[in-house]
Structures are given as C-alpha cells and as structure tokens.
Design a protein around this ligand. Structure first.
Ligand SMILES: NC(=O)C1=CN([C@@H]2O[C@H](COP(=O)(O)OP(=O)(O)OC[C@H]3O[C@@H](n4cnc5c(N)ncnc54)[C@H](O)[C@@H]3O)[C@@H](O)[C@H]2O)C=CC1
Ligand SMILES: CC(C)=CCC[C@@H](C)[C@H]1CC[C@H]2C3=C(CC[C@]12C)[C@@]1(C)CCC(=O)C[C@@H]1CC3
Length: 341
C-alpha cells in the first residue's frame, strides 16, 4: 500500500463508531482527517475539520490529498426528524459523493445499516439480496435506504471512484451513546421489568471492534477487480442471541435486575403506536417522547439476524471479538452507569 493510499478521512469521526474507527486506523499507520459537525475529542495524529457534510466547500478542504473516505455520519435515529434525516442522509450523501469526485478520492466506504431491509417482521439469517424495506420502520431507515442506493450507484471504475456499503446491526461497545444509556435509563425508571413477546426472538448485536474490522477490511479489499465494488455487506458478530438474554446480560452486569414478566407482543406494539400518535398530536402542547416507540418494540420483539457469509467469502471477514467478551468489555466501560453509582 502506498503512502498516499493511507491518507483517509472519516466523516462522522467524532461519533461512537467513527472514533473507534479513527483509533484503529491510526494504529494501522493511516493518516486520518476527521470531518464532523462537532469535535468530541483530541488525538495526536488526527486533523479535525468541523463542518456540516451538506457544505461541499467545507468537505473539499477536508478531502485534499485524501484517497479513502469512510462515511459514518448520521443524525441519531431517536431524533425522528424527517427533514433532518432527508437533508443529512440523502442530500448530504449526494454532496459527499460530489466532493469525493471533485477531490479525486478513489474509495468511499459507507456505513449503512442492516435495518434497510427490516419492516418490523421476522428476518432470520437475512442475506444481502433481500429487497429494501417497502415500508421502512422509521424516517431514519427510510433515508438510510436512499443513502445506500446513492453510494452504490456512484461506483464507477471508469471514473476511478469505487464504493462499498457495510451494513452493521445493533452496534454496541464502550462509549456507545445509545443502546446501554437508553437501557439503563429505562431500568432506572423502573420500566425494564417486562419481556416483549415470549423472549425467544434472536437478534444480532455487533461489538464495535467487529464493525471497525469490517470497514477497514472492505476498504483494503476495494480494488477495480474486486467483487465487492458497488455491493452491500452485512457485518455482524455472527452469533445471533436472544434479544432479552443480551439485554439481561448487560443489565445484570451493571447491577440491575433482568426483565422477568412476559407481555404479548401485539398488545405492547398497539400501545406504543397509540402513544406515538398521541405524542405527535400533543407535540405543540407538551413535549413527551415515549421510550417504547413502535420501532423499538418491533426491534425488541421480532427476530432480526443476518448472514455475513458474503463478507466472509468476498473479503475474508471473521469477527475479531466474541459476544461474551464484547459484553464484558462494554459493561466494564460504564462504571458511572452501574446501579447505585
Ligand atoms: N449504532 C448502531 O447500532 C448502528 C449505526 N449504524 C450507522 O453507523 C453510523 C455511525 O453511527 P453511530 O456512531 O452509532 O452514531 P453517532 O451519533 O455516535 O455518530 C454520528 C456522527 O455523525 C455526526 N454528524 C451528524 N450529522 C452530521 C452532519 N450534518 N455533518 C457532519 N457530521 C454529522 C455526528 O456529530 C456524530 O458524531 C451511522 O451512519 C449509523 O447510521 C448502522 C447500524 C447500527
Ligand atoms: C426495550 C428497550 C428499552 C431496549 C433498549 C435498547 C434499545 C435502545 C436498542 C435495542 C436495539 C437497538 C438498535 C438500534 C438503536 C438502539 C436499540 C433500539 C438501531 C435502530 C440503531 C441504528 C440502526 O441502524 C439499527 C439499530 C437496530 C438495533
């Protein structure tokens, strides 16, 4: 690998996944520029460019001399802000691709999501050839679908721009701002006593290091003759787990009680839908955000696990951290969220 091909940019590099990726890239000898709307840390060897990815000029400054771009930026799914998702995930990604072409970037690796095929019904061992969700579960997913299509369509060997999309699922690990904090908050408010459905639904939770490994592997495999050009790849821990066992392991590891009482899925889903509609109707008067949104109920009560055999075959992917170890490392990294802390 040449010196210039080790110059990369991480868009969304201040975020949870982005920062883990940056740290690994530095360890592998890459020179890294971070482009993000906020700067959340400082690290020797990293150049920060603060800006909005919808701003092409700002992007062009950050992409000077860069040959590889990782796009890991998105508004948080919980924001549920349709206009923001459309602006950042769709228009913004279009701008990122334009800027990459103008700056002479050769490779773009998108962090997509396995949820692009999830419609709230069971998916077991889903492969990449499943059709995109016709009825995506939320605006986040709707715009992740359009984003992935844009990036894959932009793959053009003649023009010298190669693209690939990595679809992780349920990323967890140290510094995750979503899964563990929401779980603990729900437990602290006394709402984690119930299991939605019979508790047998299998789900993928992917330790962050495995996603980082998949992202770097795909970047390093992305060459004109490679089968991965313009394709999407599931990257998971390859160890589907019962959703409620995973939640219980994290909760118990942090000193909280595991959920014990089963509630029928349809009842909880119906209630969540009702609450969500009420929150929409009442939002001009009172601002309340239900914890159990229909999207979270579907994610908590249905099977959704994916095959990563395509990534194994085309790029030699294999998870580098097992689920048990990942859970242990995650629990240890949140001393401030322990029961009684
Ligand atoms: N966390 C998860 O379980 C999963 C995440 N993903 C995807 O992985 C990627 C990274 O997610 P996380 O690290 O979890 O989220 P995060 O919220 O920690 O990081 C996203 C970063 O994007 C930045 N950003 C947002 N809007 C921006 C804009 N307009 N311009 C520049 N930067 C902007 C944020 O400031 C933040 O630093 C996202 O694309 C997400 O869709 C995919 C599957 C699962
Ligand atoms: C029932 C309850 C309160 C669970 C708390 C955990 C949830 C906050 C997570 C369980 C599955 C997670 C998940 C995502 C976000 C956090 C959870 C809902 C994503 C929506 C994040 C973005 C994606 O691309 C897909 C993820 C699927 C799993």
């Amino acid at each position: 690998m040449t010196k210039s091909s080790k110059r990369c940019a991480v868009i969304g590099g201040s975020g949870f996944l982005g920062r883990h990726l940056v740290e690994k890239l530095l360890g592998k000898g890459y020179t890294v520029s971070v482009f993000d709307i906020r700067q959340s840390y400082e690290l020797p060897g990293v150049t920060f460019h603060q800006g909005d990815l919808c701003d092409k000029q700002a992007l062009l400054t950050a992409l000077q001399g860069v040959s590889l771009v990782f796009h890991c930026a998105s508004p948080a799914p919980a924001s549920d802000d349709k206009a923001l998702f459309q602006r950042v995930n769709i228009q913004g990604t279009h701008t990122v691709l334009q800027a990459c072409t103008e700056a002479g970037v050769q490779k773009v690796v998108l962090t997509s999501s396995a949820s692009v095929v999830f419609e709230g019904t069971d998916i077991k061992d889903g492969r990449e050839d499943l059709p995109y969700a016709k009825k995506p579960i939320d605006y986040y997913t709707e715009t992740k679908i359009e984003q992935e299509k844009l990036v894959l369509k932009a793959c053009d060997k003649e023009k010298g721009l190669l693209t690939v999309a990595i679809r992780p699922h349920g990323i967890f690990g140290p510094r995750d701002p979503q899964l563990v904090p929401i779980l603990v908050d729900t437990a602290r408010r006394g709402n984690m006593k119930f299991i939605i459905g019979d508790g047998s639904n299998l789900v993928d939770f992917t330790f962050v290091d495995n996603v980082v490994h998949g992202l770097i592997l795909s970047a390093e495999s992305l060459r004109p003759e490679s089968p991965i050009c313009g394709k999407a790849y599931h990257i998971t821990n390859d160890e589907p787990v019962r959703f409620w066992d995973f939640m219980s392991d994290i909760l118990v590891g942090l000193g909280y009680a595991a959920p014990r009482y089963n509630l029928p899925y349809t009842l909880v889903y119906g209630l969540a839908l009702l609450l969500w509609l009420l929150s929409l109707l009442l939002c001009p008067l009172v601002a309340f955000k239900p914890t159990f949104t229909p999207m979270r109920v579907a994610l908590a009560g249905k099977h959704h696990f994916y095959s990563c055999s395509r990534a194994k075959q085309d790029m030699g992917y294999k998870p580098v951290v097992g689920l048990k170890d990942g859970i242990r490392r995650t629990v240890e990294s949140y001393p401030h969220l322990r029961h009684g802390a």
